[in-house]
Design a binder for this molecule. Structure first.
Ligand code: GLN
Ligand code: ZN
Length: 768
């Protein structure tokens, strides 16, 4: 078979070079101007279309664009709109009405809560969770995919519409009334499939030749029942004749048990990821005899990281695959949504270093090169291969990347450095003697509200309007007021409030060698929120103390213990682009050593309580169970290396949030932190039962109020939560704190909430 290899992607960033989409959407929230929003969106799509075509892609996706989130779009398309949002915005007869209901689902209104938001697999993108009841009736509103298809067609491009597949849509949804009757949305499959069939028919009618149905949920461990549903779904969707060809796309990991199921189905094509742990797809594919008669789209360019592709390696994978399918096409491993737009926007970056990176725009070139290299032979891309080899070679041998002193120190780390001097029970005595805390001590997670003045001060420092001394003075003023407020409210262990931190990862990345910040490397986190993850470029070390001056200053203002605040090694990696030239565990170890020095410096400066935040520890858990043990081993070791260099009397805290912790309880125990604070309010302290059941031996502060809402929790509700905790877990080892940091909240509600927290702690203490 000698059909030419085509170059394609599953999706491209939606934002626009200047984040025009963010501005347009937020502008709409402000002024309600429908025309401007819709016109900007249309312009951005047209721009993307030309860009993808001019880059040389042979097949271009459509409907990968979204005003807010593609899962929300899917829910909308199938009429999965909760009653509360219909009531909040009853009239959708106009475009503005439709937008208002859509954004009500995304962000809530003054009266109703939005859909819940959660992480899109193991990326840092967040999607909105569709809510489905057992009585859900699906309808079809295909206007968005059809309009976007037609719009491209008019511009001369027959695109491949991208639709979230039925199995993933239902698996990502949650039961409207959670847990009430054990209802699972997947049981709605038979009701949903006819709407998908109708959609396929509509797209076919519009002229689509291929449709891409994304099924990333099938790369996670699924029981046979789910796989049977998948088989049934694709049997149903392929049964009709009035439909486009179907490409089922999987990404983020290997398909595993789902591979033979999809291979046996009548879909015309499969897209598989061949990067990272998903490289296992290669052997699995060979083992089932390939995909005879099908199209295989091979994700060989890493769609989630920013490094130049290893072109020779990708070519050799493609060569191997050539014998395993009817036709092999080239793509990135997943939508390019997860990488920044274009490295050429980074004007400040050293030219050589810039050459090591490939952002979304550069990945298009790599994909096109690879397709040419397969269709036309290596000679056709000889020049590209030379440049690629030279740049990758330069990176490999660069002294920015490899720093002997760091590597030697990391290699010398021994088991002793992973252990505190004494076991927890002994440390506890030393800490009690030093800290004199009451039972049920109160504290917060670190940040206090980031006020406009703080942001202005940071901007003024950047623009030069404020010098370093002036900026530091502004921070000290803020710290003083945060400390005074906490003393006045009566908290037991204080924090300095983190006013000097723009972001808990970026702040440290800017101070550590081996990290690099970008100027335009924006990546969508959710909706209109974009983040600029730092890049871990080379061996990591700490040129000088990073937080000691702030912690010492704060401690100098109070007799009460002041917590030192650090971001842990796993979270530093999770919210950065990581190296691809060494195992993650090795990078974590280097970061841990740098942080270990910071922990020791804080201790030497007289800080008796040090918190090392690891909010990302749970969320970075590999998608497949089989990979989790290895991850947790290095993650726990990195944390222990960070925190074990202190004396018994120094109390180590950690903090985690955004997740359910049931499946990492053993890792939490293994961290051996003296105290862990956990998000718990929304689950009504369920984690306390998990910890009690696992005989968690150290101290825990389950969050007694949800900081995601501006609502001030009452003394009574927090007292109830605390009583529930005390009933399940020894009071002597419980702390009282909110769910997470307070930086997104306002001062008025924070003061009131903290007062109530202290009152609740006192009342429960009195009843012990
Ligand atoms: N110490 C950080 C803060 O309070 C923790 C943030 C987090 O857990 N995401 O902001
Ligand atoms: Zn948190």
């Amino acid at each position: 078979m000698t059909s030419t290899t085509c170059a394609t992607v599953y999706g491209y960033p939606r934002q626009g070079n200047k984040r025009e989409l963010k501005k347009a959407v937020e502008g709409y929230w402000g002024d309600g101007n429908v025309d401007i929003l819709l016109q900007t969106a249309q312009d951005l799509r047209a721009e993307r279309l030309h860009l993808l075509r001019d880059a040389g892609l042979d097949e271009i996706p459509s409907n990968d664009f979204s005003l807010y989130d593609h899962v929300l779009d899917t829910a909308w398309m199938f009429g999965a709109i909760p009653d509360r949002h219909q009531q909040a915005v009853p009239d959708i007869s106009t475009p503005g009405g439709r937008l208002d209901r859509y954004f009500a689902m995304a962000r809530g209104t003054a009266e109703v809560a939005p859909l819940e938001m959660t992480k899109w697999f193991d990326t840092n993108y967040h999607y909105l969770v569709p809510e489905l009841g057992s009585d859900a009736q699906f309808t079809l509103d295909a206007s968005k995919p059809i309009a976007e298809f037609n719009e491209a067609k008019e511009a001369g491009v027959v695109t491949r519409p991208v639709i979230l597949g039925p199995i993933s849509f239902l698996l990502l949804a949650k039961a409207e009334q959670e847990g009430i009757d054990g209802f699972e949305p997947l049981t709605l499959l038979d009701r949903l499939l006819p709407r998908y069939a109708e959609l396929l028919q509509r797209l076919h009618g519009a002229g689509a030749e291929w449709v891409q149905l994304d099924e990333p949920a099938l790369v996670t461990d699924q029981p046979p029942a789910v796989l049977a549903h998948a088989a049934r779904a694709y049997a149903a969707l392929t049964s009709g004749s009035d439909r486009p060809k179907i490409l089922v796309a999987s990404y983020f990991d290997r398909l595993g048990e789902a591979l033979p199921v999809l291979a046996a189905s009548a879909v015309e094509g499969l897209a598989l990821d061949f990067t990272g742990p998903a490289a296992a797809n290669l052997d699995a594919l060979a083992a089932i005899g390939g995909l005879p008669g099908k199209r295989l789209v091979a994700g060989v360019v890493d769609g989630r990281n920013i490094w130049l592709a290893d072109l020779p390696r990708a070519l050799s994978i493609l060569d191997t695959l050539a014998g395993l399918a009817d036709r092999v096409d080239v793509a990135a491993s997943c939508s390019l949504l997860h990488v920044p737009l274009d490295v050429t926007l980074e004007r400040e970056l050293d030219r050589q270093v810039k050459g090591w990176f490939s952002f979304a725009r550069q990945k298009l070139d790599e994909i096109v090169m690879l397709a040419r290299g397969i269709s036309g032979g290596r000679d056709a891309i000889a020049g590209d291969l030379r440049v690629n080899a030279a740049r990758r070679g330069a990176r490999q041998s660069s002294p920015i990347v490899h720093v002997d002193a760091v590597r030697e120190r990391a290699a010398a780390v021994g088991d002793a450095e992973l252990h505190r001097t004494s076991p927890y029970t002994k440390r506890r005595e030393a800490q009690q003697d030093r800290l004199h805390l009451p039972v049920l001590p109160t504290t917060t997670i670190g940040s206090f509200p980031q006020t406009a003045e703080l942001r202005n001060a940071r901007a003024a420092l950047r623009s030069g309007a404020l010098d370093r001394d002036g900026y530091n003075a502004a921070m000290e003023t803020e710290i003083r007021s945060v400390v005074e407020a906490q003393e006045e409210i009566g908290l037991d262990v204080l924090v300095h409030g983190e006013p000097e931190r723009n972001d808990m990862v970026q702040y440290f990345a800017e101070q550590l060698d081996g990290f690099l910040a970008t100027a335009h490397g924006w990546v969508q986190s959710y909706g209109t929120r974009y983040v600029r993850p730092p890049i871990i470029l080379g061996d990591v070390s700490r040129p000088e103390p990073m937080t000691v001056r702030w912690a010492s200053y704060a401690q100098s203002l109070t007799e009460r213990p002041m917590k030192g605040m650090l971001t842990g090694p796993v979270t530093m990696l999770a919210w950065s682009f990581v190296r691809d030239d060494q195992p993650l565990g090795d990078t974590a170890l280097q970061v841990a050593l740098a942080l270990r020095d910071e922990v020791r410096d804080l201790e030497a400066a007289g800080i008796a309580v040090i918190q090392v935040d690891e909010p990302a520890l749970r969320e970075t858990l590999p998608l497949r169970q089989a990979d989790r043990g290895e991850y947790l081993t290095w993650a726990v070791e990195a944390f222990r290396l960070t925190t074990s260099g202190v004396s018994d009397g120094t109390q180590i805290h950690t903090h985690m949030c955004y997740a359910e912790f049931g499946d990492v309880v053993q890792a939490i125990i293994d961290l051996d932190a003296d105290v862990i604070s956990l998000e718990a309010a929304r689950s009504e302290m369920a984690v306390v039962d998990d910890l009690a059941e696992a005989s968690y031996p150290n101290e825990v502060g389950p969050g007694v109020w949800d900081i995601h809402s501006p609502r001030v929790p009452s003394v009574n509700e927090m007292t109830m939560r605390l009583r529930a905790a005390v009933a399940a877990f020894p009071a002597a080892r419980l702390w009282v704190n909110p769910d997470c940091g307070l930086k997104t909240r306002g001062y008025t509600e924070v003061r009131a909430s903290l007062r109530n927290t202290v009152a609740a702690a006192r009342s429960v203490r009195a009843g012990l």
